[in-house]
Ligand binder design. Structure first.
Ligand code: NDP
Length: 223
């Protein structure tokens, strides 16, 4: 049986990951900030274990890592924030900017640290959901705070990946496409179903070694 852990599992791309993995019979550890309000998540049938987790509460991430005592085949660090609270350059709210970095950059690092032992036991796969907006080569000036948080995520995870290679754990960064969710908006061209079907395929194809930034459709993107 495949065992999967997803962060930010209550809506959007994370919720769709739970639907698809649970739908194919995997056991899913679904993590979200407010399990009490996660009605859509609770409506999914399958072998799903709910956990309360704010990924910017690093002590809580570590504690959950100590609580889940089984090998994990796949960990998807999906939880992320869009950064609309940071304001614009010239009037940045640096408290909000720091929180964005905590959620988008450090949250996945804490997740990798906490669940590394379970991934090693399974020779599993760690997928961090990044964004093409984090590509420094393609920096456009759009959403600089969010883009910075994702560029930092890419560097952090790529730098840590070699620590997992020998243990047989694959580590990768993924762009889900521009997806119709609360974050992506109604005009986004890709549905969560299409995005996650593609991401699952790319995650399944990962091998230990040099991580890359891969889009849901298999395109390899520049860092
Ligand atoms: P949504 O806004 O629809 O969902 C975001 C999810 O992250 C929610 O479950 C939210 O939980 C959770 N989350 C936010 N902050 C925290 C936190 N501190 N701790 C735990 N969970 C948290 O976004 P998407 O589903 O679209 O995004 C998922 C991922 O994909 C993100 O990493 C995003 O950056 C990335 N992405 C999305 C794109 C798009 O077009 N949609 C494009 C590129 C990347 P809660 O309900 O509690 O707020």
């Amino acid at each position: 049986m495949t065992t999967v852990l997803i962060t930010g599992a209550n809506r959007g791309i994370g919720l769709e990951f739970v639907k698809q993995y649970a739908g194919e019979g995997a056991r899913v550890h679904a993590c979200c900030r407010n399990p009490d309000k996660a009605d859509a998540l609770k409506a999914i049938s399958g072998d799903i274990v709910l956990h309360k987790l704010d990924v910017s509460d690093f002590a809580a991430v570590k504690a959950l890592g100590q609580k889940i005592d089984e090998p994990l085949d796949i960990v998807v660090a999906n939880a992320g924030a869009g950064g609309k609270d940071t304001g614009d350059f010239g009037g940045y709210d640096f408290e909000a900017f720091s929180n964005l970095l905590k959620v988008n950059t450090l949250g996945p690092v804490a997740t990798l640290e906490a669940f590394g032992p379970q991934l090693k036991k399974a020779k599993g796969k760690f997928a961090a959901i990044s964004s093409q907006l984090g590509s420094i080569e393609n920096a456009s000036g759009f959403a600089p705070a969010y883009s910075t948080s994702k560029a930092g995520l890419d560097m952090a995870i790529k730098s840590l990946a070699p620590l997992f290679t020998q243990a047989g754990v694959a580590v990768g960064l993924f762009h889900p496409g521009w997806v119709k969710t609360d974050m992506g908006g109604a005009e986004a061209p890709v549905t969560p179903e299409e995005s996650v079907a593609g991401l699952r395929k790319q995650i399944a194809a990962m091998t230990p070694g040099e991580p890359r930034l891969v889009a849901y459709n298999g395109d390899v993107l520049p860092w």
